[in-house]
Ligand binder design. Structure first.
Ligand code: SF4
Ligand code: SF4
Length: 342
């Protein structure tokens, strides 16, 4: 067992596990390399990326870079879904249909700088947050699914050799979930964890119903001899930096904790720098995943590096500033002392 495996598992037990979510639909390769490098250098335990060969390769480049400089190598997690899911979509529109007098609110609201004047949406950068959809006065922006087909998963796993896989699931999809697990297991790769991501929002179910859904996934993972990691998706895809969204994942944890099957419970969905303020001595939280906020903090440096025709890892001044911000976000969790019960 290598040292990294131990430290990431220990972090799960001690409540100071931190994961970077690059975005299940984010395919902006240079940004992914930089994001993975910077958050690996800051000390995250895992980076979670879209299940795509080019994306995984870009992520590994960033992880290897951080390892060569600092010795820290987080797990690489691929995100898939066992059915339709907000995290696996992209927006699109035809810029030729836009009237010249439009004030372009779509460009202003996009947190990923994925919309460019006259070019429309740059698909690789769009991670499907959906914020542009309601702001277009002409309703020109549509969404489309960006799901990996389960039959393509085995090939991808053998090519990318991930440490972990996350399955986004939803109530009523246990058969589809099991199909995904079966395909993963057939690829014969020794995974550290299979993460299961699910929440209450948008499903019209109670916390008890959700716990039963998790228990059915637990039985499935046990049958296939896989270790779970439960990701509680408080408020999916908000990218919100405020205190109200910060509370949502903790509120979901409080509802689910006593009902959940064995295994670490990790917060996600609306998580941000305020989330730790609401822990209130909660035992049982294994850690946190940061998505929109982690990307937003670093975005100005990625944009500037791009303007200089460089990667962030090739621009020492920008790198140092970005690393400081990344550390400010995750350090409170790395120092978190609450132990978990699972
Ligand atoms: S606002 Fe969100 S959904 Fe729209 S283009 Fe930007 S990243 Fe994609
Ligand atoms: S808001 Fe709608 S009409 Fe205006 S630029 Fe964006 S997509 Fe085009």
């Amino acid at each position: 067992m290598n040292q990294n495996y131990c430290s990431n598992e220990i972090a799960l037990r001690h409540g100071n596990w931190v994961k970077l979510i690059c975005g299940a639909s984010n395919e902006d390769l240079p940004s992914i390399t930089d994001l993975c490098a910077i958050y690996a250098a800051a000390g995250v335990n895992c980076v979670d990326v879209a299940a795509d060969l080019a994306v995984a390769t870009a992520a590994k480049e960033g992880l290897e870079w951080a390892k060569s400089k600092l010795g820290n190598k987080p797990w690489l997690m691929l995100s898939i879904s066992d059915g339709k899911d907000l995290h696996f979509r992209k927006a699109f529109f035809n810029p030729e249909s836009c009237p010249p007098e439009c004030s372009k609110p779509c460009i202003k609201v996009c947190p990923a700088n994925a919309i460019e004047e006259d070019k429309g949406i740059i698909p690789d950068r769009c991670y499907g947050c959906g914020r542009c959809l309601p702001v277009c006065p002409l309703d020109l922006i549509q969404e489309k699914d960006n799901l990996l087909q389960i039959q393509d998963l085995g090939h991808l796993i053998s090519k990318t050799n991930p440490d972990a896989i996350e399955i986004h699931t939803a109530p009523g999809r246990i058969n589809e979930f099991e199909d995904a697990v079966k395909t993963i297991v057939q690829s014969n790769i020794d995974l550290k964890r299979i993460a299961v991501s699910c929440g209450l929002e948008g499903h019209g179910i109670t916390a008890y119903d959700l716990s039963q859904e998790l228990w059915s996934r637990h039985e499935c993972l046990r049958r296939y001899k896989q270790k779970p990691l439960w990701q509680l998706d408080g408020r999916p895809m908000t990218g919100d930096l405020g205190r109200s969204s910060a509370k949502s994942a903790i509120s979901l944890f409080k509802k689910i904790h006593a009902l959940a099957p064995p295994g670490p419970l990790q917060l996600a969905g609306g998580t941000n720098a305020y989330t730790i303020d609401y822990l209130e001595n909660q035992n049982g939280i294994a850690g946190i995943a940061f998505g929109g906020i982690a990307r937003k903090l670093i975005q100005p440096f990625l944009t500037e590096a791009k303007a200089q025709n460089k990667k962030l890892i090739e621009w020492p001044e920008g790198w140092e500033k970005a690393l400081k911000l990344a550390k400010e976000l995750i350090n409170p969790w790395l120092k978190n002392q609450y132990s978990t019960t699972h």
